[in-house]
Structure formats: structure tokens, C-alpha cells
Design a protein around this ligand. Structure first.
Ligand SMILES: [Cu+2]
Length: 364
């Protein structure tokens, strides 16, 4: 019935669309289960955004499109939830511009790169398989335990073969694994295929237990980045523990320009460490005598935190990674000043970013 409504909508424009939404909303309590199932089908078969390679079969695509169009309501609801979440993030204050682990966090940190968005998509997609399968197996177990219990089945059945069932439980898992493998390989390929040449190359060298960052630009800039000691907070102007959390804040952050293809060459001097930045969707081992390469293109300015992610010794938990994403102009000013006075350049950059955040907060 909504298909007819939808055709009318196209003809009569926005007012009709509004009316159709109202109509659908009024029907919501009855249609909820159907909406839920349609959404499940859509998420199940929608190809990951921006992924190239083997397309998802067209039939699935048509199903998904039909479902998505028919149940626009679900989207409206999600939009509402998303805007509520965004509003909550704004009210959370200083951390609105930073991505960092939160207490009792159940999901990934918000994505700051396209790759991380794809990782998040794939996680949701995978759950649509895992949860139904787990529930189904749980149901089967419970059903068998109750229905075939010894007290009501004194003489056990001697049935041992059923061709149809055996074909189903062989072909079913194969199809499910294919549904998981195809987008998984697409994502893996995307992670290892930078879409463009890097504009900035950095080298991150891990030591027990801090990082050296080398900017491979005209005149190479090298500095060390170590965990921020509480005693140094005041001198560094990093007393705001929301923005500079304990165990995550560092003395000198890696600074990179926003929307810039950045390549990071990762290595180590002593033992194996790992360079990881959750909201960028990057993680790679830092191996002595060998260089691993990662890339990212951060889309949002802010301060992002990661950690060494390979057990590397007694202070493994105390070698965080902090990346500050700033505008091109701020980056250039910082880079020029950092060559002669790194602490001064960092402070000037922090002051500028703080002032910018205050203006943005006042504008909200
Ligand atoms: Cu380490």
C-alpha cells in the first residue's frame, strides 16, 4: 500500500512526502516488526559505501532498495537518534572534538576516516549474522533439551541420516561464509590501497616506552613523544583532564593537517610495538629493522588518542599515541615554529585551537 503512496509522493512533491510520513508514523505500532525485518534485510545486503571490487548480487541490491524506500520511517528514526547523539556529544563539552576511549564503551570510537567508517559498517553487518545464528542455535538447543528429554522419550530414535537436512547444513554455512568473506576482502583491499599519493610522510619509531616522530618534509623535523606526567600538566597547559586524559595525553602530539593523505612509516628500535589509532581505523606492528606502512586521511579536526597495541614490556601501558588534526594554515605555522621551538609551537597551536573551539561552541 505504501508503494502507491510513494508513487504519489514523487508526483506531488514535499508536502505529499510529509503526509505519507505522517501516515506511516500513525501506522508505526503495527508495522514495527515489518520495519525491523526490512531494515535487517537492507543492512544485510547493502554493499559497503565506497568499496570497489565484486558487487553484491543485483537481486540483493534491488531487495535492499525496495526495503529502504518502503520503510523510510526507520531512517527518519535513525536520523533522529543520530541527531540526539550528536547533541549529547556537543553537551559533553571539550571531548566533542576529540576521539578517545570512554569508560564502559560498547562500540567503536567515532570514525574520523573513511576506512574507519567502512570498518564500523562491517562490524554492524557481521552482527546481523552473528546474533540471529546465536539465537537460532540457542533456540534449537532449548527445543531439543525440552522436546527430546529422557522422561518423555523412553525409547530413543535410531534415525541417523536425513539427506535434505545434511545438504542444508552444508550449503547454509558456505553461503553465510561467502556473505562474510566478500565484504571482508573488499575492506582488507581498501585498507591496503591508498586512493591517492601521500602528501605528507611521517616516520613513527617506537622505543621502550615512547615514540619518535620524524616529519619527512623539506627540512626534516624530529621529536619525541612520551606520556604526559601529572607533574608536567600545569607547565604544558594541559590541566583539562577531559581533553588530556590520564594515560593517554602526551607531551608532544603528532600534528597533521586535515583532509590530507598522510603516510606513516612505522618501525621500532628495541622490541615489537604497534602503532594504533582506533578512530582512524589503522593499526600496524612496529618491528625493529623493518618498516611497515599505514595511511590515513583524517576528515575532522580534533585530538585523537591511541596506544601501543603490542605487549612490549613493563611500561607497555604507558606509551600512548596522540594525533592532533588541524587546518592547513595551523599545520604550516606549527611546522615552521616547531623546528626551532617545539614546546612554544605546541602551546601556540593549543591556544589557537582552544580559541577556535570556543567560537564554535558559542555559535552552537
Ligand atoms: Cu610498545
Amino acid at each position: 500500500m505504501f508503494v502507491a503512496d510513494h508513487a504519489a509522493v514523487i508526483g506531488r512533491g514535499r508536502f505529499a512526502l510529509f503526509k505519507a510520513r505522517l501516515h506511516l508514523r500513525a501506522k508505526m505500532p503495527h508495522g514495527f516488526l515489518r520495519s525491523f525485518l526490512a531494515e535487517a534485510i537492507r543492512v544485510w545486503f547493502e554493499p559497503p559505501l565506497g568499496l570497489s571490487g565484486i558487487p553484491v548480487p543485483a537481486l540483493f541490491d534491488i531487495l535492499a532498495r525496495t526495503a529502504a524506500r518502503k520503510w523510510e520511517m526507520m531512517r527518519a528514526m535513525r536520523k533522529f537518534l543520530a541527531s540526539a547523539a550528536a547533541a549529547a556529544a556537543v553537551f559533553a563539552g571539550a571531548s566533542a572534538h576529540a576521539a578517545q576511549p570512554q569508560p564502559w564503551e560498547m562500540t567503536f570510537q567515532p570514525a574520523a576516516t573513511d576506512i574507519m567508517r567502512q570498518v564500523t559498517w562491517f562490524e554492524h553487518y557481521t552482527l546481523w549474522f552473528i546474533v540471529p545464528i546465536t539465537l537460532f542455535v540457542l533456540f534449537l538447543l532449548a527445543y531439543c533439551i525440552v522436546k527430546f528429554r529422557a522422561s518423555v522419550n523412553p525409547v530413543p530414535s535410531r534415525t541417523s541420516h536425513n539427506t535434505l537436512i545434511e545438504v542444508i547444513w552444508t550449503v547454509g554455512p558456505v553461503v553465510i561464509l561467502l556473505c562474510l568473506a566478500i565484504p571482508s576482502f573488499q575492506l582488507l583491499t581498501a585498507q591496503y590501497t591508498p586512493p591517492e599519493e601521500a602528501k605528507l610522510t611521517l616516520k613513527a619509531t617506537a622505543n621502550q616506552w615512547n615514540w619518535d616522530y620524524e616529519y619527512q618534509v623539506d627540512k626534516t623535523l624530529t621529536f619525541n613523544s612520551a606520556i604526559l606526567q601529572d607533574a608536567d600538566r600545569a607547565a604544558a597547559g594541559k590541566e583539562d583532564r577531559k581533553l588530556y586524559p590520564r594515560l593517554l595525553a602526551v607531551d608532544n602530539e603528532m600534528v597533521v593537517p586535515v583532509n590530507t593523505m598522510t603516510r606513516v612509516l612505522v618501525t621500532a628500535t628495541d622490541v615489537i610495538h604497534a602503532f594504533a589509532m582506533p578512530s582512524f581505523g589503522v593499526k600496524t606492528d612496529a618491528v625493529p629493522g623493518r618498516i611497515n606502512e599505514i595511511w590515513f586521511k583524517a576528515e575532522k579536526e580534533g585530538l585523537y588518542y591511541g596506544q601501543c597495541s603490542e605487549l612490549c614490556g613493563k611500561d607497555h601501558a604507558f606509551m600512548p599515541i596522540a594525533i592532533r588534526v588541524v587546518s592547513d594554515a595551523q599545520y604550516n605555522t606549527w611546522l615552521a615554529a616547531a623546528r626551532t621551538d617545539l614546546p612554544g609551537a605546541n602551546k601556540a597551536l593549543m591556544a589557537e585551537v582552544d580559541a577556535q573551539d570556543k567560537v564554535a561552541a558559542a555559535g552552537n
